[in-house]
Every structure is written in C-alpha cells, then in structure tokens.
Design a protein. Structure first.
Length: 368
C-alpha cells in the first residue's frame, strides 16, 4: 500500500516524494514527526496504520506538517479483507487527490507571508490564487508575478506553464489587446514547459485544451488530453482540462464524465469552479438544464466573479423559462464584462459552441 501511494504521489511533478524504502526505516517505531522531516528533508509526512479484525480491514491515514506538527488531513477507510485490492485503490485515490491540492494551498499561504525577496517558486505560488480568480485583473496580476519568476529562472516549468495559461486564458476570454500575440506566446510557453519535462501532465492537458480552443484539430487535442490523464490518473486538473477539451470537440457526454472525475478526485481544489462551470455548459449541450443551473451556482459560490459560470447560469435559466432569474443573472454578468457581445464571443471561441448554449444566451437577453 505504501508503494502504491508513493508511486501515485510521485506522478505529481510539483511534489518531491521520498522513496518508500527510506520511509520503511521508521516502520514500527515511535518517532517524532519533526525529526522524520529533518532526517528525510521533507516538509510533510503521511503516516497511517492498518488493522484487521473478523475479516475486515481498517486503514487510517493522516497528513502532518513536519515543521509544526499540525495535522492537515485525516481519514479512515474500511472494507472486507477479501476485497483488499479495491480498498487499497480507493485509499490511494483518496489520499492522492487530497494531498496535492492541500500541500499547494498550504504552500500558497506560506508564500504570502514571506518577504518580498522571493524565489521563482514563491512567485508562482503567489500567482496561483490570482489566476484561479478567473478575472481579468487576477489574470494580469498572475502574469506579472510569473513573468518575474521566469526572469529568475527562464527554464522553470511551473512558471512557464502558468504564464502560458495566463496568455491563453486572456485570449480566450476576450481580455487580450492582441489575441493572436497572446495565443502565440501562450503556446510557446506551454511548449517550453513540455521541452523541460515531456511527461508534464499539467502542461500536456493545457496544450490539449488550447489546441481545441484555437484550432479545429480536435483529434490532436483529444489525444493530448487522453495522454495527460494516462500519465497521471489521479490529477484532478488534467481531468478538468480533458473535460473542457472534449466539450470543445463537441462531445458533451464524455466531457461530463471527465468533469465528474475531476470533482470526485479533488472536491476542494483551487480549479474546482472551472470544472463545475465546464460541466454546467456540457449539461446544457445535452438538455440537462436543471443540473446546469446547479453546477453554475456551485461554481459561483466558490468564484463569485467567474464569467463562464454566469454565462452558463443565464443560458440554463433561459431554457427553463425562468426569465426573471435569467435577466438578473445577465445584469450581474454585464457588471463584470460590460463589453460582452455574443457574436464576438462565438467568433473568438471558434465553432465548438453548442447551438443549445448560444440559443440560451440569446433567450436570456445577452447583447448580440
């Protein structure tokens, strides 16, 4: 079980994971977690236990900050001894999906409290919450921070793919003064990240989404998205990007399955609102309007200024004939994006937009 979890965690390029052989040195010993952290050179320690009784197995796991001794996460799993492999898979998936975003969120908090003389890593951590605000101003601030990170280390993959994402999202959302230039620079930076690490599932999944967004080469886009989740089956971000890619390629059913997987893997992820909004748009494509409303509202609870979620909510409400709510949603959206026009958005987003979604926007009263 330790080997399974260690291998799964190792697939996250943002995590440094000590090999299981090193951790086995502490097996069965009463040790100080802070001491373990110092001796292994790690910031976080995952510890747990397995107990058997009357044909059943109980597994307990907890994630601890080795510097402070604070418990960041704990859970227990129970099942039949005869089905131990299914239980092991369930625990591995749960542990991995929790640890990666939890560590990222904790590190972001630490970076925010550090002095202004920051490393490239710290700058990227500061940029993430700005980027995941899904706003024009947040994206601009994120790009400013990661640009500084690339000045410090021009071949830092994390910075390259985050900067590339900023450029691509700006072009996609209509925030870029020169969309063609932003698309070209965004693609260059994502390719740079992949030249540094060809197995970077995050960069590969972003490139898949970008290929589907800015070209009609959907076969290549889907291949990239599929390869990303094959490289790291426990990466919620890659599954979310796969969902957007398949939605762009006109396959909403498969998009929904991907978004559901992303949300199940990491229900508290920083990118959760993106998966929720994407799933809502896919629901509209298959006529599941009530579910689209619920998904969009959930996205807005986590990111109240998220333009894509407002568009999804307005279209779904209009299809349901809830005209007063749709008009209210349109008014809220136009406060955020006053220059939005359906025709410009459709032209910018390519041919992927499901007609049902476009019709819903028109029914809701968004300006043509």
């Amino acid at each position: 079980m330790v080997d399974e979890i260690t291998t799964a965690l190792s697939r996250f390029k943002s995590l440094f994971v000590v090999a299981s052989n090193s951790s086995f040195a502490y097996k069965g010993k009463a040790v100080d977690v802070k001491q373990v952290g110092r001796e292994l050179g790690v910031r976080y320690v995952l510890e747990g236990s397995v107990r058997k009784a009357a044909g059943k197995v109980r597994i307990i796991g907890q994630l601890i900050d080795a510097a402070t001794g604070v418990h960041l996460w704990a859970d227990q799993f129970e099942g039949e001894l005869g089905d131990i492999f299914a239980l092991q898979d369930r625990m591995t998936e749960s542990v991995v999906s929790v640890i990666a975003p939890k560590v990222l969120q904790t590190e972001i908090g630490l970076a925010a409290r550090r002095p202004n003389d920051l490393s490239a890593y710290d700058l990227c951590l500061r940029a993430v919450p700005h980027f995941t605000s899904w706003t024009r101003g947040g994206t601009a601030e994120a790009l400013r921070l990661v640009s500084r990170a690339l000045e410090i280390d021009p071949r830092y993959g994390f910075a390259a793919r985050l900067a590339g994402s900023c450029h691509l999202v700006s072009a996609n959302q209509g925030w870029a003064a020169d969309p063609k230039s932003d698309i070209a620079e965004g693609l260059r930076l994502i390719q740079l990240a992949l030249s540094i690490d060809g197995n970077d599932d995050t960069a590969l999944s972003i490139l898949g989404w970008a290929t589907a967004s800015f070209s009609d080469d959907y076969d290549t886009a889907r291949e990239m998205a599929d390869r990303a989740v094959a490289l790291n089956p426990n990466a919620a971000f890659a599954w979310g990007e796969r969902g957007w890619t398949y939605q762009l390629a006109g396959q909403p059913e498969e998009a929904i399955r991907s978004f559901e997987r992303a949300i199940r893997l990491s229900p508290f992820d920083l990118w959760l609102s993106s998966s929720l909004a994407g799933m809502g748009i896919a629901f509209i494509g298959v006529g599941r309007f009530d579910e689209a409303v619920a998904a969009a509202k959930n996205a807005l609870q986590t990111k109240p200024a998220y333009a894509s979620a407002y568009r999804c909510l307005a279209a779904a409400l209009a299809h349901l004939g809830r005209d007063a709510e749709a008009r209210k949603t349109v008014a809220q959206f136009l406060e955020i994006e006053p220059d939005f026009r359906i025709s410009e958005w459709v032209a910018r987003s390519g041919q992927w937009q499901a007609q049902m979604f476009i019709d819903g926007l028109r029914k809701a009263g968004l300006p043509e």
